[in-house]
Design a binder for this molecule. Structure first.
Ligand SMILES: *Cc1c(COP(=O)(O)O)cnc(C)c1O
Length: 482
């Protein structure tokens, strides 16, 4: 049964809680000016406590989360968030710290952030990191602003940023928002940057090349050293979208590959739970020549004392109130400290193994977009199923009936009917096998009873919503019937 709104369940006069009798003097009526006072009571729902508890419990059971089941969510690393991270983030010293309590009383928080910066620098092979950006996209924007500032200080900010056709949509959006014209470099038959095309496009008007490595097809850009040379020879900089860092931890460092700037998605690689749009953290790391442009303030150390440095005349400015999303930083710090260097390398090795396992198990039923060993995610195409009128979209919906969160579909856009699967390191072989069995069963359904797949999901409170309309014309306010 679809759950109705609390407003619709409301019964006049019903209460969940009664305030005790007033035992202090009545406030002076004049304290709130008449113009600011309501003349009619607000139209709030009236329910008993048990009605409210059951309403929210029922809603929570229609929801899906990583504590309930597997997310095959490519490019997003919806992996399990160890509970110790949560415990640390809820520790009163972290959760109750107030950003206005001042430096002297914030030494623990500052030290945690300082040490997290050191850890992230080491993971990425960068010289400095700012923890401020609230998301990967904001990290990208900060990175491009720094690249702009770097070129401007050399007399010409340049006009173009080159981005592969397989890139995540936030890449061109960040470059355009920073005032750059976006130019596309094509992928070759192997799904990698076409180096010949890049050489033709690049010149002294190009500010940067933005790359994701491994790219959004889950493929390692094996020509990265040559690409870095081409970019640097033109005086441009190399930006790495670090959203796929889950494939590289402890194995390869972006800084060693020649990248000048990289953003991290702490809510992806470093396990913070995410979804629903936040909160997140998208720290940005840079090589020394760009350090002066980092967002202000930076976190510095003077012996045993940690402090914020606001005196940074070349900085691109502030990106976030106070220090960024501190709770996310605590989780990432805990995760890093618990795992250490060896643990990080094990994450990436297992993530790569898991993705290749799924790739091999599904190869007979689904076409593989680029048939070679992948990194932490693999991309299939539902072209074969399309012959029966079934699209990637339908297969994703059908997976819900089998108890799985749908994978990323129709991305990257260079693959028709793309189904991108990322089985993170935290998933056991039994989980992957059960998921692959479901995918294979669906492939069979596509052959034998395509209508069943095309009308899925059949087990949810609502089936097919108009998602475009919901995004374009969100209706989030309840209006009483007249
Ligand atoms: C998630 C993602 C981003 C954007 O990161 P947000 O934290 O969602 O803003 C950018 N690029 C890639 C490849 C991603 O997967």
């Amino acid at each position: 049964m679809p759950e109705s709104l609390l407003f619709e369940k409301s019964t006049p006069g019903r209460r969940g809680y009664r305030l005790p009798a007033l035992d202090v003097p009545e406030p002076r009526a004049a304290a709130v000016p008449t113009s600011a006072r309501r003349t009619t009571p607000p139209a709030l729902p009236e329910l008993s406590e048990v009605d409210v508890v059951r309403h929210y419990t029922r809603l929570s059971r229609e929801n899906y989360g990583v504590d309930l089941g597997f997310y095959p969510l490519g490019s997003c690393t919806m992996k399990y968030n160890p509970k110790i991270n949560e415990e640390m983030a809820r520790h009163p010293g972290a959760a109750a710290a107030h950003p206005l309590q001042g430096e002297a009383l914030s030494q623990g928080a500052l030290r945690l952030m300082y040490e997290l910066e050191q850890g992230l620098k080491e993971v990425a092979g960068m010289d400095r990191v700012s923890l401020q950006p609230a998301a990967g996209a904001q990290g990208e924007f900060a990175g491009i602003l720094m690249i702009h500032a770097y070129h401007a200080a050399r007399g010409n900010p340049r006009r173009r940023v080159i981005i592969p056709d397989s890139a995540h949509g936030t890449n061109p959006a960040s470059a355009a928002l920073a005032g750059y014209e976006v130019q596309t470099v094509h992928s070759n038959a192997e799904g990698l940057v076409d180096v010949g095309d890049l050489s033709k496009l690049i010149d002294h008007d190009c500010a940067a090349l933005m790359l994701t490595n491994p790219n959004t097809l889950g493929l390692f850009e094996k020509e990265i050293v040559q690409i870095a040379k081409i970019v640097h020879d033109a005086g441009a900089l190399l930006y790495m979208d670090g959203a796929n860092l889950n494939a590289l931890l402890g194995l390869v460092r972006p800084g060693d590959m020649g990248f000048d700037v990289v953003h991290f998605n702490l809510h992806k690689t470093f396990s913070t739970p995410h979804g629903g749009g936040g909160p997140g953290a998208g720290p940005i790391g840079v090589k020394a020549p760009l350090a002066a442009y980092l967002p202000t303030p930076t976190i510095e150390r003077d012996g045993a004392r940690f402090f914020l440095d606001h005196n940074r005349p070349q900085s691109i400015g502030r990106l976030h109130s106070f220090y960024g999303n501190f709770g996310i930083l605590v989780r990432a710090y805990t995760y890093l400290r618990r795992l250490g260097a060896a643990g990080l390398a094990e994450i990436s090795r297992n993530a790569i193994l898991n993705a290749n396992y799924v790739r091999a198990r599904l190869a007979s039923a689904y076409q593989i977009a680029y048939d070679r060993a992948c990194m932490h995610e693999c991309v299939f195409s539902a072209k074969r199923q399309r012959a029966k009128g079934v699209h990637a979209w339908d297969i994703a919906k059908r997976l819900i009936d089998y108890g799985y969160y749908p994978p990323t579909i129709n991305f990257p856009m260079v693959v028709e009917e793309a189904i991108m699967i990322e089985p993170p390191e935290s998933e056991a072989r039994e989980t992957l096998d059960a998921f692959c069995d479901a995918m294979l069963a669906i492939a069979k359904e596509c052959e034998e009873q395509p209508e069943l797949v095309k009308t899925a999901p059949h087990t949810t409170a609502r089936s097919r919503l108009d998602e475009v309309l919901a995004a374009r014309k969100p209706q989030v306010r309840w209006t009483p019937p007249t």
